[in-house]
Each structure stands twice: as C-alpha cells, then as structure tokens.
Design a protein. Sequence first.
Length: 149
Amino acid sequence: MISIQKTTSDNPDFKNLTRLFDEYLVDIDGDEKDFFAQYNQIYLEHVIVYYENEKALGCGAFKEYEPKVAEIKRMFVLTEQRGKGIAVAILNELENWAKAESYDFCILETSIRLESAIALYKKSGYKRIPNYGQYIGVESSVCMKKNLK
C-alpha cells in the first residue's frame, strides 16, 4: 500500500532518508559538499515522505524562499526504487501543497551532475534560470523555476 505523509523535518524517516541522500551527495559534490551541507541542515515545516508498505522510499520538502516563491529541497528516492514514478509523485505533492499555501512559483537547485534529476524537473515543467542566492557563481549548480498558476 502506498501512502504519502505530510510532516516536518523532525520526522525520523525523513531524517534517515536525508542522511542517505547526504552520503550519496558526497560522491556527487566532492570538495563542495560542505558548502551545500550548510544550506541543507535546516528545519523544514513542509516535508513529504513517500511510503510503500510502511517503508519510507523517498522524500522532498519546500521552504519559503521569498513571498510567493517556494524552494524545493531534499528531493531523494532510494537508489533501488528509482524509475517507478516516486519522485514525480513527491514533486507533484509538494507543488500542490505549495500552491495550496498560496505560492505562485517553485524554484530549486540541483547538481549539474544529476542528469536524471534535471530530466525529471524539465519533464515536470521546470525551466532553467540564472543561479540564485547562494548558488550564484557555483558552476556545478543548476537552478530551475516553475510557474504554479
């Protein structure tokens, strides 16, 4: 049975998934891992955890970046569960939640090395934008935006 739970970053399953995500990113981000880690160790009020038969398989979150703009954070699906539409389900749920909270846009940052993530976001209607905030000048970052209206 599949379920999607709305929660916060205090959720133990979210904490476990993001720990696994951080371990995965060590290989992706290399020397930049500490730079990115400082922006990921924050409390999040809007978290989704995707379950199948009560096992947490994936997660995602958003936070307010600025009024009317939600920033997608911590999107992750267990490696062995990828390709099953879990990330799409999580992203759709996050977008619907953000829209219900009166956000007009979602933005996100991902690694240029995560080609499958970039493909997922493009397929979901995200367009590449200039790097924003702390990602300005970071060549390994890809920033994207989607209109929720």
